[in-house]
Design a protein around this ligand. Structure first.
Ligand SMILES: [Zn+2]
Length: 426
């Protein structure tokens, strides 16, 4: 490699470290580590059964026990396939062969090679996804027929193939356009993409899977809008998604920010839950709104994406790695399988940190819900109902929860509500 390239790689590494440290600092400073003072007499120890009866706990544990190995197998298979394609010449050959009809030009190799790689990656894990769907059917959690399941697989695959192709196309264009500074431009582009993606997600991606209707007029609707008003974050509407086409699970979420921000509840909540429990759920979501959690998460993600792209600039300057993948330079389309491997490894490494932050943010939203509704009984009843209906293991293995847990466990969330109650009673 020429000297200019090597010093460019060193700059990329320095910027990656700098951005990485900045991202960590933002995480440390912006994450709510302490969401509730310690009540007199200390914190309530979480009850591992979350107050459910033995049958319910056994059923949730059985369900989780059937799905956890499937998740691990799926991750391992995906990673193995990605490594096989990215660390041998197999992926490079696939990209070249796929691009042949477009006379082997670089853009042609990307346009046909990336979808081929995405499809291969999906096919490898598809049997495991089908098995997981069988398990969800068996436990009555999935209401989705196999036709709809196939349609969902095809639509997500199409979206992912198109988006990945466009991103890789822009990436390689930058690499070829600016051989020394591409990592800086693509880092900026990646950060921007995270922000734009999170903003557009509710209006572009979500409608591909669900229909959304305003919550019908009535007492619940006026109560929820009043709750939002009280929250200091008036919302135009609470949307109901037709989740029951796929699942019996209960859920609600906030997505987007600024003009695309929305509070969505699953239609499965409406007939089956008392209003007080629905209010507890929506009050939790309003906590996310009040704290601008979607925006904060997006900005953390953008900083992380910038850091990761600069790191990519350093890694892809390493000639032996490129040779192993069968590519000659970072701008060679045969680098794409290696690129996809590095992105998925980065994602897997980032997951526990992301979930660590997420659990704290979720706990803060829980406290917000309790402050807003002042109804810990409804909150606790709602947690139990979610555990029973969604078959959530109230007390999963610690290592599993550390890596995969985006929310505190049901046992922890109930203990938090009890602490809140004890603080109120003074
Ligand atoms: Zn939440």
């Amino acid at each position: 490699m020429r000297r200019g390239g090597r010093s460019g790689a060193r700059t990329a590494l320095a910027v990656a470290l700098l951005l990485g440290v900045a991202a960590l600092l933002v995480v440390v400073l912006r994450t709510p580590w302490d969401v509730l003072p310690v009540p007199p007499g200390g914190r309530t120890a979480p009850d591992p059964t979350a107050g459910l009866d033995a049958d319910q706990v056994a059923r949730a544990e059985e369900f989780a026990g059937a799905l956890r190995p499937a998740s691990l197998v799926s991750i391992s298979l995906g990673l193995a396939a990605s490594a096989l394609l990215g660390l041998t010449r197999l992926g490079a050959r696939l990209v070249q062969a796929a691009g042949a009809p477009l006379r082997g030009r670089w853009a042609g190799q990307v346009l046909l090679g990336v979808p081929a790689l995405v499809v291969v990656g999906r096919l490898v894990t598809l049997p495991v996804s089908a098995y997981a769907e069988v398990v969800r059917h068996r436990y009555g959690l999935s209401t989705r027929g196999w036709g709809l399941w196939l349609r969902d697989v095809a639509v997500s695959l199409a979206i992912s193939a198109v988006l990945t192709t466009l991103v890789v196309l822009a990436f390689l264009w930058l690499v070829r356009r600016a051989p020394r500074t591409w990592w800086a431009w693509s880092g900026l582009a990646a950060a921007t993409l995270v922000v734009v993606g999170s903003f557009l997600y509710p209006v572009v991606i979500e409608p591909a899977f669900n229909r959304f209707e305003p919550l019908p007029a009535g007492e619940l609707r006026s109560d929820l809008l009043a709750l939002a008003e009280e929250n200091g974050t008036p919302v135009q509407d609470v949307l109901v998604s037709d989740a029951s086409r796929r699942t019996t699970a209960l859920n609600a979420y906030v997505s987007g920010f600024g003009s695309t921000r929305r509070v969505v509840v699953y239609d499965t909540l409406l007939d089956r839950l008392p209003d007080a429990e629905i209010e507890a759920i929506v009050a939790h979501e309003l906590g996310h709104v009040a704290n601008d959690d979607v925006l904060t998460g997006t900005l953390m993600g953008a900083l992380g994406a910038g850091a990761a792209t600069a790191l990519l600039g350093w890694l892809l300057s390493w000639a032996p790695l490129l040779r192993r993948a069968g590519a000659e330079a970072p701008g060679d389309p045969r680098v794409v399988p290696l690129l996809l491997l590095l992105v998925s490894v980065g994602g897997l490494l980032g997951t526990p940190l992301q979930n660590l932050v997420s659990r704290q943010i979720e706990a803060r939203a829980d406290v917000h819900a309790l402050d807003l509704t002042r109804d810990p009984e409804a909150f606790i009843a709602m947690q139990r109902r979610l555990s029973t209906t969604n078959l959530g293991d109230p007390d999963p293995p610690a290592a599993w929860h550390w890596y995969f847990g985006s929310h505190p466990t049901a046992a922890q969330r109930i203990a938090l509500a009890q602490d809140w109650q004890r603080l109120e009673e003074g």
